[in-house]
Ligand binder design. Structure first.
Ligand code: IMP
Ligand code: MG
Length: 333
């Protein structure tokens, strides 16, 4: 997997953090660039600890991986420094000098806007207003912040050098297709494009450098905030079938619905996906919990995976069967 992009298929929270942490450990990734911002939380369970990361790349679990935050990202300095401390990655994290800064006023603007709060259902972390500030060309950048000086780097140069040297590189997308500012369910979307090509753009990697686009599906769909969700269940139904979740970032209830093949095909098309991962198969089929080989897999679960492959035309190479980074069936050659 020389250079792989990971993108979410639906409304984020597909379990990208788990897939990314698995790949870091299994493939011994050399470099990871996280894109997006603090509104997204990537959950990683490793060695009995749970991390909900808003800034630090989810590949931190592999201690030799260089961790980068791209020029397209928006940095919340306090959150970043806390996570750097928590994950103990001071000596291997790099932040692009041109990443922009989320200031306190931006979070206040999110919270003060009735439109963003009630209509869009913002996470309230100030990401949209910080992007507006950047577009007006009045934003503070990482290079302007004294606490960030030790970490500053040129991410695009680092990552392209790594790719050219044949290193194993991963571009970590945040959120999912249907939250994309351009391709999602506007206006119920986040403030940026979230698809694979936008992830490349934020990191500074050209499309010819990408070998794999891995799209991550969850075995059912969830969405926090407002906006359409085809096939939505009531909270009662969600609780009954075990699909009810709360958001890792904000603690809000996640709305949920059954897997939608039409949306899955759209996610594969727009991301140009070459491979898929499906997470939380154990929630749909409890008898596959903790399975790590395809032989132990129940028939009905196998049928579901085959149906996804048939309808999307791409192989499902990774299947999540439990919360730990290593609870995965890996079907790659
Ligand atoms: P904002 O990007 O924080 O303004 O939020 C806009 C919309 O995107 C809201 O519906 C949020 O719930 C949703 N959203 C933003 N980031 C994430 C994420 O990482 N996971 C899930 N939903 C998100
Ligand atoms: Mg999340």
């Amino acid at each position: 997997m020389p250079c792989t992009v990971i993108a979410g298929a639906f409304w984020g929270d597909e379990g990208k953090g788990k897939i990314i942490s698995y790949l870091a450990l299994k493939d011994k990734l050399d470099v990871c660039v996280r894109t997006g911002s603090v509104n997204a939380a990537h959950t990683v369970w490793y060695k009995g600890n749970r991390y909900a990361l808003h800034m630090v790349p989810a590949t931190f679990v592999y201690e030799k991986c260089r961790l980068l935050i791209g020029a397209g990202s928006n940095i919340e300095v306090k959150q970043l420094l806390e996570e750097v401390e928590l994950t103990n990655v001071k000596n291997r994290i790099g932040i692009d000098s041109q990443a922009s800064i989320i200031e306190e006023k931006h979070a206040m603007q999110d919270k003060a806007s009735a439109h963003l709060k009630q209509v869009v259902g913002t996470t309230g972390r100030g990401v949209g207003p910080a992007i507006e500030e950047r577009v007006r060309r009045t934003a503070k950048l990482a290079k302007d912040i004294p606490e960030l000086q030790p970490y500053l780097t040129d991410v695009a140069t680092e990552v392209n050098t790594a790719i050219d040297a044949g290193k194993k590189v991963l571009l970590e997308g945040t959120q999912g297709l249907l939250l994309s500012l351009f391709h999602g369910t506007y206006p119920y979307v986040t403030g940026r494009d979230t698809i694979a090509s936008a992830i490349c753009s934020e990191a500074g990697v050209g499309p010819t450098k990408i070998d794999n686009v891995l799209v991550v599906f969850k075995s059912f769909m969830t969405r926090v905030g407002t906006g359409p969700l085809p096939g939505e269940l009531t909270k009662e139904e969600a609780l009954k079938c075990g699909w009810f979740e709360t958001a890792a970032g904000t603690g809000r209830d996640r709305r949920c619905a059954p897997f939608n093949f039409e949306l899955a095909r759209k996610a594969v098309a727009i991301n140009g996906a070459t491979q898929a991962a499906v997470t939380k198969l154990d929630v749909l089929y409890p008898n596959c919990r903790g399975a790590r080989t395809y032989d132990e897999f129940p028939r009905e679960a196998e049928h579901f995976i085959k149906e996804i492959e048939k309808q999307t035309g791409i192989p499902v190479v990774l299947i999540g069967t439990g919360p730990d980074a290593l609870d995965i069936i890996d079907r790659r050659k």
